[in-house]
Design a protein around this ligand. Structure first.
Ligand SMILES: *[C@@H]1O[C@H](CO)[C@@H](O)[C@H](O)[C@H]1NC(C)=O
Ligand SMILES: *[C@@H]1O[C@H](CO)[C@@H](O)[C@H](O)[C@H]1NC(C)=O
Ligand SMILES: *[C@@H]1O[C@H](CO)[C@@H](O)[C@H](O)[C@H]1NC(C)=O
Ligand SMILES: *[C@@H]1O[C@H](CO)[C@@H](O)[C@H](O)[C@H]1NC(C)=O
Ligand SMILES: *[C@@H]1O[C@H](CO)[C@@H](O)[C@H](O)[C@H]1NC(C)=O
Ligand SMILES: *[C@@H]1O[C@H](CO)[C@@H](O)[C@H](O)[C@H]1NC(C)=O
Ligand SMILES: *[C@@H]1O[C@H](CO)[C@@H](O)[C@H](O)[C@H]1NC(C)=O
Ligand SMILES: *[C@@H]1O[C@H](CO)[C@@H](O)[C@H](O)[C@H]1NC(C)=O
Ligand SMILES: *[C@@H]1O[C@H](CO)[C@@H](O)[C@H](O)[C@H]1NC(C)=O
Ligand SMILES: *[C@@H]1O[C@H](CO)[C@@H](O)[C@H](O)[C@H]1NC(C)=O
Length: 251
């Protein structure tokens, strides 16, 4: 018995200034399937997965993510297009960090609500890498699509204008990518259990993760002057998107 819930949301929430809530743009489209495959891995998209080389379109346990990043363009940053697929009765998540053991991680969470027949929902969180605490944040995310089939959660979303200069000062598309899972009890997300730590990757280079322990490269010479390479947690966008806006149920 297979049952899917498709949620398709394009949402943009802007918080113009502290205490001023901006507009939320919501739009919907029907009949869009989430279809996550390895096609293009290493060529047109950067793929990370555990276990190695597992097939997101297949039947086995596979935690997989792909990232396509536009060339960073000052001052707006990089646009990311992300696919995420994994097995969980709670949530799966992709994290972007500079150093997974200090500072903070930007966490993009795709989840199912077992208290509500496995309804898909999406959240962005900030993880304190020191004490692993999760807190809601606001990050602009658009075109969220999600599909839940049993314990398989698949989602796709875009992160426009990721302003990497806010989170790091060196090569602006170099991040550590984290993949993991966690529980959801109907109210709160459980701890983020990290299954994969990619090490530093240039997420704009699809072939960058051939060696998972690649040293940070110096190919990007646009290092911001006068700043350390340490992530400044307070500089992360403190915005929250909780979007469960449209649910299309399929037999
Ligand atoms: C998913 O995409 C692949 C290629 O991108 C295609 O071959 C396949 O038929 C698609 N599957 C579905 C269910 O749309
Ligand atoms: C999926 O897995 C089930 C059992 O785990 C197996 O019976 C089935 O043939 C598999 N389907 C595909 C398409 O691999
Ligand atoms: C990011 O996407 C926006 C539209 O969503 C586009 O206007 C902008 O040029 C893109 N930026 C880059 C660096 O591709
Ligand atoms: C930066 O974003 C603004 C507002 O979204 C847009 O008008 C401008 O064209 C963008 N610039 C670049 C270089 O993408
Ligand atoms: C990105 O960050 C830089 C440095 O903090 C800032 O100058 C720039 O205005 C930011 N751009 C956007 C679109 O937020
Ligand atoms: C990450 O942070 C830890 C703890 O602060 C530090 O020991 C380590 O050197 C850092 N790694 C990198 C690559 O900066
Ligand atoms: C999960 O489902 C329960 C029961 O329908 C509901 O009260 C709760 O708000 C849902 N949570 C989310 C995040 O959708
Ligand atoms: C879950 O689905 C069943 C059958 O489709 C339905 O009877 C029940 O009301 C649903 N429960 C919730 C919380 O939506
Ligand atoms: C992260 O947790 C540590 C230890 O609890 C705390 O000292 C630090 O202020 C926290 N950082 C952020 C950004 O919340
Ligand atoms: C974390 O995930 C691993 C498998 O990746 C699992 O063996 C372990 O039990 C999980 N830990 C928790 C606390 O859920």
């Amino acid at each position: 018995m297979e049952r899917g819930l498709t949620l398709l949301v394009a949402a943009l929430m802007l918080f113009v200034a502290p205490g001023v809530k901006g507009t939320a743009h919501l739009s919907f489209a029907n009949n869009t399937q989430v279809n996550i495959t390895r096609a293009g891995c290493g060529v047109s998209k950067l793929c990370v997965e555990t276990p190695g080389k597992c097939d997101p379109a297949g039947n086995t346990t596979c935690l997989f993510a792909s990232v396509v990043a536009s060339a960073p363009m000052a001052p707006n940053g990089t646009n990311l297009s992300i696919e995420l697929r994994g097995n969980s009765l709670g949530y799966i998540a992709l994290g972007l960090a500079v150093n997974a053991s200090e500072g903070t991680t930007m966490l993009f969470v795709c989840a199912q609500n077992r208290s509500d027949n496995g309804t898909f929902f999406f959240r962005t969180m900030q993880r304190n890498n020191t004490d692993a605490a999760l807190s809601p944040t606001e990050t602009r995310v658009t075109e969220i699509r999600g599909l839940v089939t049993g314990d398989v959660i698949q989602c796709e979303f875009n992160v426009p204008s990721l302003n990497a200069t806010n989170t790091r000062s060196s090569a602006s598309t170099t991040f550590t990518v984290l993949l993991g899972t966690g529980t959801f009890d109907g109210n709160a997300l459980g701890p983020f259990n990290i299954s994969l730590n990619s090490g530093l990757l240039n997420i704009a280079d699809p072939a960058n993760n051939v060696a998972t322990t690649a040293a940070p490269t110096t190919m990007n010479s646009t290092t911001t002057s006068g700043a350390s390479s340490v992530l400044h947690p307070h500089a992360l966008p403190l915005l929250l998107c909780v979007l469960t806006l449209f649910v299309k149920q399929r037999a």
